[in-house]
Design a protein around this ligand. Sequence first.
Ligand SMILES: Nc1ncnc2c1ncn2[C@@H]1O[C@H](COP(=O)(O)OP(=O)(O)OP(=O)(O)O)[C@@H](O)[C@H]1O
Ligand SMILES: [Mg+2]
Length: 231
Amino acid sequence: MLEVTGLNFHYGNVQALYDISMSMPSGQITCVMGRNGVGKTTLLKNIMGVESSTTGRVAVDGADVAALPANKRARSGLALVPQGRMIFPKLSVMENMKVGLSARTDGVKTVPTDVMDLFPILKTFANRNGGDLSGGQQQQLAIARALCGNPKVLLLDEPTEGIQPNVIQMIGEVLQMLAKTRNMTIVLVEQYLDFVREITQNFYVLNRGRVVAAGPTAELSEDVVTQHLKV
Ligand SMILES: Nc1ncnc2c1ncn2[C@@H]1O[C@H](COP(=O)(O)OP(=O)(O)OP(=O)(O)O)[C@@H](O)[C@H]1O
Ligand SMILES: [Mg+2]
């Protein structure tokens, strides 16, 4: 599981996150929601260590990783699928996936077949440049690259952004399967409410860098949606 306790973060002298505490259980999908600019990406970057918080604890299965840089946090079991996918456009699909292997601690040097099996399109286009894939295909590649590190905690930043419905559906099925069969902790930043209600068990809502609502997704009220999510 993933636990964040008392996390504050500043960009220069502007505070972006205020005293964030969250608990994300393994085997479940937890959603982080909120309008544009409230701090969702900043939160995931702080969990991953791409940005480093000034205060607070980030613990994976009880081990505090807050002092570690991103590459060491990756080796402790964290993986981030970044907003905008961040595929290497000039590397092939296979080479993009191999980048993810560097987070492994077991010395495996080839892309695991079970990762390939999740996304058949990546097998078909293994030698194509990452930059030549469609948005939906790149999103699958970004998830596959993260899975190549064999993470315990998978962080996804708006994976449905600009993706067509059948690929969204497929990604949803993969995430549910990973939570269930691999007991993974999945943290999903998402603004697409139907998708959230369909696949997540828990939610947190951010507003202006603060947690303003949280609970089981089944109890996410229209009140919270109107107040903090609708634009
Ligand atoms: N590198 C940066 N330097 C300074 N301020 C930043 C930086 N990145 C983000 N911010 C600011 O921090 C706040 C939170 O941004 P963040 O990207 O985390 O929001 P978000 O909830 O992910 O938004 P979106 O839904 O648009 O992706 C915003 O006010 C943003 O302008
Ligand atoms: Mg964002």
